[in-house]
Design a protein. Structure first.
Length: 326
C-alpha cells in the first residue's frame, strides 16, 4: 500500500515552481471565453476523475527483451531516477494539468494499437505493436531527461532508434520534417480542468527536422525500466529526443507523418515564444519566465528529493548532435 501514497516532499517552494501552463493567466483566459460567449453558466468544468481499481503506477506492464547499447548509457555522473518517482511525476495534458495524472492515464486504451507511418514516404505502413517490436530490435538507453520547466530525471528507456523506422519506410527526397500525433479522443482524453480542452490545440503534435530524426540519439520508446511503458509515460510508444526539452517527445503516438514544410505543434501553437520549434536544451537561453542555467534533478531515491545541478548544452549530448546545428 506504500505505493499509493505519493510523497509530498518533492513539492518545491513556490518561488521555484515553474509550469508549462502558467501562461494561462486565468483572467485573460476568461476574457477569451466571454468573447466566445460561453463564460459564466456554460463554463464547463472538465475534470479527470477517471480512476481505476488499480493502485500501482506500473500496472499492466510486461517485461521486454532488450540489449544494452553501451554508447548510449548516460554519462555516469547522475544516478538513475527511482522508477516510482518517474512513474508518478508526469506531464500528459490529455489526462490533466498536474504532475499527478498517472491514475487518470490508466483510461488510455492501448489494446490493438496501430501506428500509421504516412506522408512523403515510398513505403507507407501501418504497424501494430507486435510488428514494431519484431521489426526493430529493442535496446536500452539510459538518457538524461530535461523538461523545459527546469526539472530533470535520468531514465532507462527501451526502444529503437527513429532512424531504423525511417529506413523501413524510405522517405522521399522532399521529406523535410516529421510530425508525431498523439492519441486523442474527447471522451477519454479529457484534458486539464482549466483551460477546457476544446480551447487547446489537441491532438498533441510535435515535430523534428528529418536530419534530427535520423540522428542516432532520436528514439522511440516502447518500454522503460525493463518493461513496457506504463500509460502515464506514453504507452505503447512515445518519442524521446534527449538533447531537446521533454515536450518534444510526444506520447502515445498514433501517426508519424513525413512532410515538406514545418508543421504546427501543440505547445508552439499555444505559446510560440516559450516553446520554440528547435528547443535544444541550452543553459544560455532562458525561458521567458525563468532561467535555464540550472535544473532540479529529481528522485534518485523514492523520496522525491531533488538536487540543483547545472544544465548542460544539448543536455550533455553535444558530441552526438552539435554538428546538426553548425
Ligand atoms: N501527448 C503528450 N505528450 C507529451 C506531453 C503531453 O502533455 N502530451 N507532455 C510532454 C512534456 S512537457 C514532458 S516533460 C514529457 C514528460 O514525460 P514523462 O511524463 O514520461 O516523464 O512528455 C511530453 N510528451
Ligand atoms: Mo515538459
Amino acid at each position: 500500500m506504500v505505493l499509493i501514497q505519493i510523497p509530498q516532499r518533492w513539492q518545491l517552494p513556490e518561488h521555484q515552481v515553474t509550469s508549462e501552463t502558467a501562461f494561462f493567466n486565468r483572467r485573460r483566459f476568461l476574457k477569451t471565453l466571454v468573447g466566445a460567449g460561453i463564460a459564466g453558466s456554460a463554463l464547463p468544468l472538465i475534470g479527470c476523475q477517471a480512476q481505476t481499481a488499480t493502485d500501482s503506477p506500473t500496472v499492466g506492464t510486461r517485461p521486454l527483451p532488450f540489449s544494452t547499447n553501451p554508447l548510449f548509457t548516460q554519462i555516469a555522473d547522475r544516478d538513475l531516477t527511482n522508477e516510482l518517482v518517474a512513474a508518478t511525476y508526469n506531464n500528459f495534458y490529455e489526462f490533466g494539468g498536474t504532475k499527478g495524472i498517472w491514475r487518470n492515464a490508466q483510461a488510455l486504451p492501448t489494446e490493438d494499437w496501430q501506428v500509421e507511418v504516412t506522408g512523403l514516404v515510398n513505403n507507407p505502413r501501418t504497424f501494430d505493436l507486435d510488428d514494431l517490436t519484431k521489426s526493430f530490435p529493442l535496446e536500452e538507453r539510459i538518457y538524461r531527461f530535461r523538461c523545459v520547466e527546469a526539472w530533470a530525471m535520468v531514465v532507462p528507456w527501451l526502444g529503437f532508434p527513429m532512424n531504423a523506422l525511417l529506413q523501413a519506410v524510405d522517405p522521399k527526397s522532399n521529406a523535410k520534417f516529421v510530425r508525431f500525433t498523439s492519441f486523442f479522443d474527447r471522451e477519454i482524453t479529457k484534458g486539464p480542468t482549466f483551460p477546457p480542452s476544446q480551447f487547446l490545440p489537441f491532438p498533441y503534435t510535435e515535430s523534428l527536422r528529418i536530419d534530427e530524426m535520423a540522428n542516432d540519439l532520436a528514439f522511440f520508446a516502447v518500454g522503460v525500466y525493463g518493461h513496457t511503458l506504463p500509460k502515464q509515460h506514453g504507452a505503447p510508444i512515445r518519442a524521446v529526443i534527449p538533447w531537446k526539452y521533454g515536450f518534444k517527445g510526444a506520447k502515445s503516438i498514433v501517426k508519424i507523418e513525413l512532410v515538406d514544410t514545418q508543421p504546427a505543434t501543440f505547445w508552439n501553437t499555444l505559446s510560440p515564444g516559450e516553446y520554440k520549434f528547435e528547443s535544444n536544451v541550452d543553459p544560455a537561453v532562458p525561458h521567458p519566465r525563468w532561467s535555464q542555467a540550472k535544473e532540479r534533478l529529481i528522485g534518485a531515491n523514492a523520496e522525491f528529493e531533488w538536487q540543483e545541478v547545472p544544465t548542460l548544452k544539448y543536455n550533455g549530448y553535444g558530441e552526438f548532435v552539435a554538428s546538426l546545428y553548425s
